[in-house]
Design a binder for this molecule. Sequence first.
Ligand SMILES: Cc1ncc(C[n+]2csc(CCOP(=O)(O)OP(=O)(O)O)c2C)c(N)n1
Ligand SMILES: [Mg+2]
Length: 635
Amino acid sequence: MTVQLTVAQALVRFLEQQHVERDGDRHRFFAGCFGIFGHGNVAGIGEALLEATERDGGLAYHQARNEQAMVHTAVGYARMKDRLQTFACTSSIGPGATNMVTGAALATINRIPVLLLPGDVFATRVANPVLQELEYEASLDVSVNDAFRPVSRYWDRINRAEQLPSALLAAMRVLTDPAETGAVTLALPQDVQAEAYDWPEELFAPRTWRIGRPVPEPAALSRAAELIRSARRPLIVSGGGVVYSDASQALDHFASATGIPVAETQAGKGSLPYDHPHAVGAIGATGTTVADQLAEQADVVIGVGTRYSDFTTASRTVFAADGVRFVNLNIAAFDAYKLSALPLVADAREGLRALESAVGDYTVDPAYRDETARLAREWDGIVQETYDRRYEPLPSQAEVIGVVNTSSRPQDVVVCAAGSMPGDLHKLWRTRDRKGYHVEYGYSCMGYEIAGGLGVKLAALDSGEDREIYVLVGDGSYLMMSSELVTAVAEGVKLIVVLVQNHGFQSIGALSESLGSQRFGTAYRYRTESGFDGDRLPVDLAANAASLGADVIAVGTIGELSDALDKARASSRTTVIHIETDPMVPAPDSPAWWDVPVAEVATVDSTREARAEYDKHKQRQRHHLEPSARERDET
Ligand SMILES: Cc1ncc(C[n+]2csc(CCOP(=O)(O)OP(=O)(O)O)c2C)c(N)n1
Ligand SMILES: [Mg+2]
C-alpha cells in the first residue's frame, strides 16, 4: 500500500510517529517544529505544517524571531529533557539557513540533539540562480547549506523523493544515539519539498527508538577497578553525561561508598547537590579552591561523562601530580580515550554501578575524607561571604548571583551562557536539583541565554514541572540576541530575566587586562579621537525590554533586586529585571590558569610583561601522554 504525499508532508508525518524509550518510559521524540518562513520553505514544509494543525497529534508549529535563536530554544529544551526529546527547526534558504549554522555548532559541541531543516536551492536548477542562491562556479552542486556539514553529526540533501526514507532513518539513529548525537541537518531543495510521491505506508508506522545503557567491558572494568583501588588521592570529575544519563543517584552511591570526592564541570554541575558530603564543587579554570587543590594532587582521576574541555583541565595544568592516571567512563569512545585514560565505554549510570561493585570494599583513607570535607566547608564559607558582602554604590555581580540563588527554590533553573557570569556561577551557584543549573559552556554562545531559557521553560511545562527559570544575561549578550523575549511573550511562557548592565564586555575586558592588552575594544563608549574612550552610551536596555512586551523592573540595589524577584515570581508574565553592577569587583579568584596566548613580540610594555607570565604558566602544561596500563602491558 502507498500513500501519496509531498516530500514535506511525508517528512512531517514521519516526525510525528517517532518515539523514544529509556528505562521503560516511552514518549514522542519531537515536541514540535520551530520555524521562520521564506520562499525556501513556506509552500513546502509550511504547507505541511498547516495540514498538521488539522490532524490529531499533528506536529505543533512554533514561531521564532531569529533562526539561530530557535535552534538555541530547541537545545535548551532537549538538554532539559536529558536529550530524550527535542524540536525540529525549519528555515528558508540562504540567510535563514545560515543563521542556523551557529545553533548547529552549539548543539553538536554540547552533544544535544536537534533536527535542522534548512530550505535549499532548486534541485532542478531550471531557473537558477534563485533569490539568495550562492553561485559557486566550480560546482553547482554546492549551496550555502554545505556550511552545515562540519557542524552536523549527520548531513544530507534530499534531491529526490526516493532519498527521504533512508535519510530519515539515518537522522533518527544519530539523534537518539547518546554517543553520536548533535545537530542533524536535512537540506530540502524548495522544489523537492513540494513534489508528490507514492510512499510505502510503513514509513509512517509508529516507531520507537530504544535508548540503551551499554555496560563496560568486563576486562576494562577490572583494570579500572584495580587502578582505583590503588589510589590514595582519587577524584571524580562529573560531566554532563552524568546528568543526561540520570546517574546522580549512582554517583551519590559510588562516592558515598568509597569516599571519593566529586568535582563538577559546567555541564555536570548539579549532578550532586552542592552540600552533598562528597561534593567539592566546580573544577578547572573557573573552579573552587577545594576542587582545584584536590585535582592538583590527585593520583587517579575518574572522569565520568566529561569531554575534558580546557576549562575543566585548566588547559591541562590542573592535574599536576607526577604519574597521575585517568579512568574515563563515557558513552562516547572519543571522550573515554582522552588523556591516555583507561577507557570505560559505557552508560554513566550503569558504569558507575559496575565500578562500585568492582572496587569492592575500597574506601579512601579517613584523613583524605576529612581533608576534603574541611576544604569544602571552607569554600562554602567563602561563597557565603561573597553573597553577603555589600558593595557601594553599585553591587557586585556575585551579590546578584547570591540573591537570585537564595530567593530561588531548589527546583528552579538558572540559565546562562557567556560573559563573566558563567565563571562566577560555576564557582558560586549552590545547585540543589540535578536540572537546576543550565549554563551553556560548550559553545559559550552570546545570545543563547533568553532563547535557551525559553526552551528550558517549555520543557518544564511539558513535563508538568513547577520550575521558575532565571535567565542571567549580560548587556553584551542581551544586545546580541534578545529577540526571543517576543517569542516568550507570544507563547505566554514566563521567564524571569535578570539583565546585568556593566557597559560592555567586562569578561573580555578583564581577560584583556590580565594579558596586557589594557581592555582594548571591550567597553561600550562613544568614539573619540583616541578610540572608544568617551562617555558611556545612553543605552536604555530596560526601555528596550519593555518595548518587546516584557514587564520590566529597574532596580539599583540588592534590596530592591530581592523585592523585584519576589514580584517577578508572583507574576505570570515574563519579567526583565534590570540592574547595574560594578564590573571592577571580581568574584573570589580561582587558582587555575587558562591558556590564551599573548603576543611573543610587542611594543606595549604591559603585553611584554604578560608574555613573561604566560611563558611561566606554559611550562606547567601537561600532555598526559603516558600510555594506559593496557598499552604498557602489551609492550
Ligand atoms: C557569539 C559570541 N561572540 C563573541 C564571544 C566572545 N565573548 C565572550 S564573553 C563576551 C562579552 C560578553 O559581554 P556581556 O554579555 O556584557 O557580559 P560581561 O562580559 O560584561 O559579563 C564576548 C564578546 C562569544 N562568547 N559569543
Ligand atoms: Mg557586560
